[in-house]
Structures are given as C-alpha cells and as structure tokens.
Design a protein around this ligand. Sequence first.
Ligand code: ZN
Length: 142
Amino acid sequence: MTDPTTPPDPGERPLWTSDHQRIACREHLPAPGTDAWWANRWHVMSIDEQEGFAGAAGYWPACEACAALADLHPAGEGAERADDDPQRARAIAEIARSMGIETLEAAGRDRLDFHDLHVTAIRDALLAAYRAGQAAAKGGAR
Ligand SMILES: [Zn+2]
C-alpha cells in the first residue's frame, strides 16, 4: 500500500490528471493527441496538485485504473503477468512483433511506448491472440 506520509516520487512514477479530476499513470493515460486526451486536457500532475489532492482527500493520488486492477487481481494468489509462462510470453511477443511492436516493456519514452496502429492490424492481432488462446485451451487447461 501507499505510505500516506510520503509523497510519491513523480520521477519514479509520474501521474497525469484531467479537467475532470481523473488520475492515470503513463500506462493508463489516454493516448496523447487522441480526442479523449484533448477533451479532458490531460497534463502531468504537479507536486502542488498532488499535495492539494492529498490535503483534500487524505491520501496521495494514484492511478485509478491501477487501483481497480489491484482490486481485481490482488497480488499473490491468482496474480499473473504475461511473462509468467514462457510459452505464452513467446506467443504474445510474436503477436506484438506482427504489429510492428518490438517490445512490450515500457521504455518510459512516449516516442517508444505509444504506437499508431491501423485498425486492421489491431483486428489481426486480437484474432491471433484469440486463436492462440483457443489452441492453448485445446492443448490442455492449466
Ligand atoms: Zn495505471
């Protein structure tokens, strides 16, 4: 859990906030330049804004999507990452490469971490993932 007495290090894990008081990490931020990005005027949450939030809310701001996911998948039991299973990690990496994405690790640079993809590339990748899941299920449930 977040230590309520220590402000988060913005360099370590920057947060963005919007005109609608939404809070997101880099991973869960609407892609910069999209309608969702412009409409809500997302911007990096300054230390002053974070302190203002903490003063009003009584806890430090955190990404809403990360918090929701943490509730869905508590660490430990049932928690899994894409690279827990080498076979699955290879399949996912292969699909990503078919989309022109060399790595799924965040580099911390928007230029490297955000991708413009044609809808047909997304469709093909989702289809490939669906089929890989079907094939894995036929091979025996784990
Ligand atoms: Zn997040």
